[in-house]
Design a protein around this ligand. Sequence first.
Ligand SMILES: Cc1ncc(COP(=O)(O)O)c(C=O)c1O
Length: 382
Amino acid sequence: MQVPYHRYSFDEAEEQAVLATMRSGWLTSGARVAEFETKLAQARQAQEAVALSSCTAGLFLLLKSANLPADSEVITSPMTFAASANVIVQAGLKPIFADVDPITLNIDPTEVEKAITPRTKAIIAVHLAGHPCALDKLKALCEAHQLILIEDCAHALEASYLGKSVGLWGRGGSFSFYPNKNITTGEGGAVITNDTEVVKALRIWRNHGLDRDSFSRENTNLPGQYDIVVPGYKLGMNEMQAALGICQLDKLASFTEARLNRVAAYEAGLADLEGLDWLKPLPEAQSAWHLFIVRLRLDALRVGREQIVQELLAAGIQVSLTYKPVHLFSFYRQLGFTQGQFSVAESASPALFSLPLYPSLAPEAQAYVIDILKKVILSHQR
Ligand SMILES: Cc1ncc(COP(=O)(O)O)c(C=O)c1O
């Protein structure tokens, strides 16, 4: 059997919606983008949503539009994908990492506090796997030190902490709608926030710094009239992406239910194995369960992760090595980061990989993954 790491879930609804958009006469950001934003904001109980070309665009614009001084430091997690750190550099700011909590592998508020200096101006909290960070503690730190809190919610659509959606604990949170995410628009992202000033700024920064977008210009008596108020970027969402997103949001509840059922099946099937465990959300958090990240107990095994992964691949099961700590990649080493600086992230990383987890993962395919993984682990257990 072949079990791919990911498959997106589209049907005739998405096909019809995109076709209707192509025939509508309006392709760039317009009524469908506005509808997608309204639906997303409602789904997350947020005041507003701003649709963008990617989650990365959202993180970047949340930082860029804050107009921080050039030497500002921004603290983030090393246990993440490139984008969470790259945006700090792109915004002309200095990335600082703080080590992660050994249980969740999310940024550890105690380590964040140690990393704060007079130049620290912001924190980017990454909700790894869709499991929310300790947002109450991070928010308290931000208030005490007058820092901006930005949330990387790429994995975390549908996640909340202490009953409040991720993305709404600070300046804003950015979701990803990349094809392997909980919903997809092909490529795409969106920021949610309760701060109307942030919404205003992002709408301008995403569209060349113009004070009016082409949709509103088209629908006034003065087409083509605008002012340029900042040197903005081109980072909006188009109508075909939004058409996909509207359909996907309509299915979000059923996607989430399917995802949670598959998580429950992994948890039941892999319980009692000495050779592994998996990342779980904090008890006070509701996770979006974007990823099911297995953590091998290397001391209980005679082989390392590469051997286990090779055997899974040989059995037709695709997995993903999420994540190598960002500070260990070439660019960040050139900035001066070194092995040994963030020991929790560094020691956890070689034991991690993610299993297939998506609504269309068939129960037989998942049972096969569980069966093979168990056999592989048991064959190498000490
Ligand atoms: C933690 C994290 N942040 C940000 C991103 C970037 O998302 P996008 O591809 O939508 O820019 C990703 C992408 O997978 C991610 O995993």
